[in-house]
Design a protein. Structure first.
Length: 282
């Protein structure tokens, strides 16, 4: 039984890398004004950011239609796959999970669909996709791949450092904790993806000097001797990412590090001044 891996463009995987991995990449539709651009296809990320700035329009995310999902599934079936494992960004900040489940429930569908919520987004989700693709290439069964993904997900955590402005607009903070933010005081809110994939406030109203230490404490709750740390920054947090990377290298000398720019689909939720820190324990 051939098993395909499908994921969404919030991972940051390029079409070239996805093709090399044998992964089907579902481009997320982004809205600028009344026009739709598919992430990673129609415009480069920097072009999207520039267009939003020039037009003074916010980037918003649109639902992935059942028609687009069905088209992707049909292509996989025609390529000889019988089952697909869909590894999507956290359902706590998207409706993609619901649309995938709607397709999976259809009596007339192109192939068997298994859905896996990454409970994260960005670089951490991309690592899950790479791992699943490797297992699929080794001809592991769908059940074996999902079990392995569940084990990897349990070792993965993502924290968002944010002023929470965008998340308050989208309504994706789940635990109801008051999130205080004051740009003049440079206060930040820390959010985490919970075990069920929701975004919850971890701490709020923190000055930046204390934020780093709080994040380091979260990382050090388990053995950090074999650790992969991933930072994703945006235009308003690039200097912070550089500064924190140097501090992490000193405080976590055995860890490996990757740094990448936030995808537009992530910025929709977190805003241009946000910083995502993800880590995976070996």
């Amino acid at each position: 039984m051939r098993t395909a891996i499908l994921t969404d463009s919030s991972t940051g995987l390029t079409p070239a890398e996805a093709k090399k991995l044998g992964v089907k990449l579902l481009a997320l539709p982004l809205l600028i004004g009344q026009k739709t651009y598919f992430e990673g296809q129609d415009l480069a990320d920097e072009e999207l950011f520039s267009l939003a700035e020039q037009t003074k329009e916010s980037i918003n995310i649109a639902p992935v239609s059942l028609e687009l999902i069905a088209e992707a599934m049909q292509e996989l079936a025609q390529a000889g796959y019988e089952t697909v494992i869909c590894i999507h960004l956290s359902n706590g900040i998207t409706g993609l999970d619901d649309n995938l489940r709607s397709y999976a429930a259809l009596k007339e569908r192109a192939l068997e669909v298994k859905i896996f919520d990454s409970h994260t987004t960005g670089a951490a989700q991309a690592q899950m996709v790479r791992y699943a693709a490797k297992l699929a290439l080794l001809e592991k069964s769908p059940a074996q791949i999902i079990l392995a993904l569940e084990e990897l997900r349990a070792k993965t955590q993502t924290i968002v450092v944010d002023n929470i402005k965008n998340l308050k607009k989208t309504g994706y903070v789940s635990n109801g904790t008051p999130a205080f933010s004051n740009a003049l005081l440079h206060l930040k809110t820390l959010l985490e993806f919970t075990d069920d994939g929701k975004l919850a406030v971890l701490d709020t109203g923190m000055r930046m000097k204390k934020v780093y230490q709080k994040v380091l404490e979260q990382i050090a709750q388990a053995d950090p001797t074999e650790l992969q740390l991933m930072l994703m920054y945006d235009v308003g947090s690039s200097e912070l990412a550089d500064k924190w990377l140097e501090r992490f290298k000193q405080d976590l000398p055995t860890a490996t590090f990757t740094v990448a720019r936030l995808k537009p689909s992530i910025r929709v939720h977190t805003g241009e001044k946000s910083l995502l820190i993800s880590w995976i324990y070996a």
